[in-house]
Design a protein around this ligand. Structure first.
Ligand SMILES: O=C([O-])CC(=O)C(=O)O
Ligand SMILES: [Mg+2]
Length: 540
């Protein structure tokens, strides 16, 4: 064997996209010279899954399972995806929410091998060079974060990379994107989390966050480099803090194929699930009184899609907005409050409306006051405030309506506005409950944007869409709501996520055609043709 041949056989085993471990068959071992490097047993993908499951079963906690699975992904990507795809209900909570939260908080502890790209502020002059890597020629979907609002966990700096990695694992598991077609990116502009900066193990750039003009210029450089390298790529913004989330979406959504998952994906999921709930109870959407707790990216996104859905039912804009009361840090959002963000200003209520409401001790109108005065039928939490749906709030709501719809959507489990079992207990089982994270409580629906983003991404790509329109998200929300769930749940089960993504991809692609942003021929947008694009984790 020549030195080059030796190097090539080792490269085959160390590249996670070509490594098959013990599943290299004899003929491959002969051809690639793998004898001696592998143990003599020839396994199969199935037997490898059994072996890995046994290790997972023996581990002490989910964080270690997460770390084990990340190492597997970096050593044998086909096996990783086959393992995930074969048992989504068990694997999703390990590679994604809620365990990915700990994966981000402890990212520096478990960083081992390169995956995706860290674009740090000091490297801002090298972005185009970094993207030029030929290994990235096939990229179709990028998920990017700057780590500032990781789930409800706040600023995780470079550790936020766990989120793009996790989201893209689901693009493969649910939407069938090949692992070489997805690229996680972390824009490392520093962190304002002082504990991280002081941690000697922290792997990110130890600097306070770059803000203002410098931040905007950095992101501009990034987006221009992406658009030049992959003109048709789908760029998904994830877990940016509220103000940046809105500004970046507004700035780039008309320049390339791009959406913000926390604003638009969460909105479509919440609205779709609400439509499913309403269909079940026979109520009308226009008859709902909706209190939204948390008016950041996710909360305002939900509000705006609700307004669209209400308008589609015949309400004018003012009447649609009148169905929604938004409560944030400073209480019910009123139009005379100082420093409202643009999305909050759209949700502000007239102070005259609350003149005779009962106020709490400090004179503000908190969530409980608002619930008592409004008597909502729907309560949605997107605040990151653990336990904000207190017993008093939930009981006040249940006193005012027969079937309260209560969605504590904040992630991970530690940031949920309420535990779903408590909500059921405080409402004598009358509530229809949906949570962002999985809790394993019977009858509770997991209302997570994993029901939407893989299908939206697949549909946009299949359609050759040039933009992601509001119509595509509304179509996704309606399709999700129409699917319904089994038993008491409002959405299809997690093990149906691949079918969900395909179904949503078809309606999203059709909406792209209807909105004039598709470039693919319409006959390429059937379920059969789109299903044929989906990759299955198997060895060649
Ligand atoms: O990641 C999740 O589970 C849902 C989401 O986008 C978020 O909470 O930011
Ligand atoms: Mg998110």
């Amino acid at each position: 064997m020549s030195p080059a041949f030796h190097a090539a056989r080792r490269a085959l085993l160390s590249d996670p996209l070509t490594n098959k471990g013990t599943a290299f068959i004899e003929a491959e071992r002969d051809r690639f010279g793998l004898h001696g490097l592998l143990p003599p047993h020839v396994g199969t993908l199935e037997s490898q899954i059994v072996r890995r499951r046994r290790v997972l079963d023996g581990m002490a906690d989910d964080f270690h399972r997460y770390a084990f699975l990340r190492e597997l992904q970096d050593s044998n990507e086909i096996l990783f995806h086959a393992l995930v795809q074969a048992d989504l209900p068990r694997m999703l909570p390990l590679v994604y929410t809620p365990t990915v939260g700990a994966g981000c908080e402890r990212f520096s502890e478990i960083w081992r091998k390169p995956r995706g790209l860290f674009l740090s502020y000091p490297n801002r002059g090298r972005i185009a060079d970094i993207l030029a890597d030929p290994a990235l020629d096939r990229v179709k979907v990028i998920v990017v974060s700057d780590g500032e609002r990781i789930l409800g966990l706040g600023d995780q700096g470079a550790g936020g990379m766990g989120i793009p990695i996790g989201k893209l694992a689901l693009y493969t598991a649910c939407a069938g994107l090949h692992p070489a077609e997805v690229l996680p990116i972390l824009l490392d502009v520093g962190t304002d989390n002082a504990a991280l900066r002081d941690d000697p193990l922290y792997v990110g750039w130890r600097n306070p966050r770059i803000r203002g003009q410098d931040y905007a210029a950095f992101v501009d450089t990034f987006v221009e480099a992406v658009a030049a390298r992959w003109p048709n790529v789908l760029l998904q913004w994830e877990d940016f803090a509220g103000h940046n989330a809105y500004d970046l979406l507004a700035r780039y959504r008309d320049r390339l194929l791009s959406f913000n998952d926390d604003i638009q994906g969460t909105a479509a999921t919440a609205v779709g699930t609400l439509l499913s709930a309403i269909r079940r109870t026979g109520a009308s959407l226009t008859g709902q009184r909706i209190v939204l707790f948390g008016a950041g990216a996710a909360g305002s996104g939900v509000a705006e899609l609700l307004v669209q859905a209400l308008r589609a039912e015949g309400l004018d804009e003012a009447a649609a907005r009148a169905r929604i009361w938004a409560v944030d840090r400073d209480g019910l959002i009123l139009s005379d409050m100082p420093k409202l963000t643009a999305p909050q200003a759209l949700l502000a209520r007239d102070p005259a409306e609350v003149a005779d409401w009962t106020r709490d001790a400090d004179g503000g109108l908190g969530l409980l006051d608002t619930v008592q005065a409004v008597r909502p039928t729907v309560l949605i939490g997107a605040s990151g405030q653990a336990g904000a749906f207190t017993e008093a709030v939930v009981r006040a709501m249940a006193a005012g309506c027969a079937t309260p719809v209560i969605f504590p959507l904040s992630n991970p489990v530690s940031r949920a506005e309420a535990h779903p079992a408590d909500v059921l207990a405080w409402t004598d089982g009358r509530a229809v409950v949906g949570t962002g994270s999985p809790f394993g409580v019977a009858g509770v629906t997991q209302v997570n944007n994993v029901y939407i983003f893989p299908g939206v991404g697949l549909g946009a790509i299949a359609a050759g869409a040039t933009r992601v329109t509001d119509g595509m998200f509304m179509a996704a929300a309606r399709a999700l709501g129409a699917m319904g769930g089994a038993g008491d749940t409002l959405l299809p089960p997690i093990d149906a996520l691949r079918e969900v993504a395909l179904h949503i991809a078809v309606v999203v692609a059709q909406a792209a055609v209807a909105d004039g942003v598709a470039t693919a021929p319409a006959d390429a947008l059937t379920a059969e043709r789109i299903a044929a694009l989906m990759w299955d984790a198997r060895y060649d």
